[in-house]
Design a protein around this ligand. Structure first.
Ligand code: XLS
Ligand code: CA
Ligand code: CA
Length: 437
């Protein structure tokens, strides 16, 4: 069974190549910052966008057919698995991420749905072994079905909570079977529209209860990977509980989940929260909570989650700069949670999109390595805080200065005599010089 006839395996041909179906900057075996680009970037394909999404929006039906030549749902799901592996081979991608419902369609009962999942999991396991493919992370779709109209773990109805728990238990089992290195909780419909009908504190306690149960069960069946929460501020609900990285850190600490849960930072969700992508990554790495990346970008003129393939090299550079400085990926990677525009409706467009995203991150990695090796920016930042290395500054850092001592110091100081320029524009010039020299 072949689905992408006419598309050859994409290879690195260098920036001078005019072959549109080649990598210009992603050279998998080249060593950058001590590891191969393949090891540094750990690219993953998102099963939902790439294998399932047909371009439906609220104004019109799909523009690309993804039933893979069969209208029988299970037959189509099997074909989809073959197609997924073929595409990953052609794009030279080692990992994929999936929701339970992406790989096997829901049936009339949960029992039957789980049997369907077993059938496809068997098939995927076999294909993954044969082709050397791996699961970066799995997750459960606890938002698509109408039963989740008021949320899953935060639903006001305990039966919905129980159903979600059962679904997550199964999703964890198949993630573990497929050797998944992570398990994601994206908030789905975990949020609210109005406090007039919402017990926010019970909902948050319940969300933590569900995650605690999931963690304990996963550890009991041998899951060694990381759990991730993926922050998002809005959409579908007006106020999603996992608003941004800082909000999620507060939640994890309140409920004692911070040892097992890290953050899966999505670029488009960062900008929806009015943060830069780099900011969200920094919050995660500074708090020892960095896990994985959903690599995409939004459109700054649109206020929603457009999930576009990342092409903005400043953003990929500053993301990789943060990640390299934090020691690189461990279990996480770069999952392209991104889709072609609705008007880009061919399988070839999917290849162009992945090439765009992979090359943009390859450039980001190359540039980030240059910035770190150049050292100007890191040195500038270090020097900017030099007053904390000695004297009164050191006492503040060491925790030996009292507020009375600082008063005494200030009273004797007269006024602050030095306030050195932050030199933002100079640093922006430095950045461009490093990137484009
Ligand atoms: C939706 C999210 C979702 C998660 C996985 O906005 O990005 O796709 O990554 O459930
Ligand atoms: Ca995502
Ligand atoms: Ca998204």
């Amino acid at each position: 069974m072949k689905f992408y006839e006419g598309i050859e395996k994409i290879k690195y041909e260098g920036s001078k190549s005019t072959n549109p179906l080649s990598f210009k900057f992603y050279n998998p075996d080249e060593i950058i910052a001590g590891k191969t680009m393949r090891e540094q970037l750990r690219f993953a394909m998102s099963y939902w966008h790439t294998m399932c999404a047909e371009g439906t929006d609220m104004f019109g039906a799909g523009t690309i057919n993804k039933n893979y030549g069969s209208s029988d749902p299970m037959d189509s799901a099997k074909r989809k698995a073959y197609a997924a592996i073929e595409l990953m081979d052609k794009l030279d991608i080692d990992y994929f991420c999936f929701h339970d419902r992406d790989i096997a369609p829901e049936a009339d009962t949960l029992r039957e749905t789980n049997q369907r999942l077993d059938v496809i999991t068997d098939l995927l396991e076999e294909l993954m072994k044969e082709h050397g493919k791996k699961v970066l992370w799995g997750t459960a779709n606890c938002f698509g079905n109408k039963r989740y109209m008021h949320g899953a773990g935060t639903a006001p109805n305990a039966d919905v909570f129980a159903f979600a728990a059962a679904q997550i238990k199964k999703a964890i089992e198949i993630t573990v079977r497929l050797g998944g290195e992570g398990y994601v909780f994206w908030g789905g419909r975990e949020g609210y529209e109005t406090l007039l009908n919402t017990n926010m504190s019970l909902e948050l306690d319940n969300m933590a209860r569900l995650m605690t149960m999931a963690r304990d069960y996963a550890r009991s069946i041998g899951f060694k990977g990381d759990f991730y929460i993926e922050p998002k501020p809005k959409e579908p609900t007006k106020h999603q509980y996992d608003f941004d990285a800082s909000t999620v850190l507060g939640f994890l600490r309140k409920y004692g989940l911070e040892k097992d849960f890290k953050l899966n930072i999505e670029a488009n969700h960062a900008t929806l929260a009015a943060h830069t992508f780099q900011h969200e990554v920094r919050v995660a790495t500074d708090n020892n909570a960095f896990g994985s990346i959903d690599a995409n970008q939004g459109d700054m003129l649109l206020g929603w989650d457009t999930d576009q393939f990342p092409t903005n090299v400043y953003d990929t550079t500053m993301c990789m700069y943060e990640i390299l400085k934090a020691g690189g990926f461990t279990k996480g990677g770069l999952n392209f949670d991104a889709k072609t525009r609705r008007g880009s409706n061919t399988f070839e467009d999917i290849s162009h999109s992945y090439i765009a995203g992979m090359d943009a991150f390859a450039l980001g990695l190359r540039m980030a390595d240059k910035i770190i090796k150049d050292g100007t920016i890191d040195k500038f930042v270090a020097d900017r805080y030099a007053s904390y290395n000695s004297g009164i500054g050191k006492k503040i850092i060491d925790g030996t200065a009292t507020i009375a001592e600082l008063e005494e110091y200030a009273l004797n100081m007269g006024d602050v005599s030095t306030n050195i320029s932050g030199k933002q524009e100079y640093l922006e010039n430095v950045l461009n010089s490093i990137m484009f020299s």
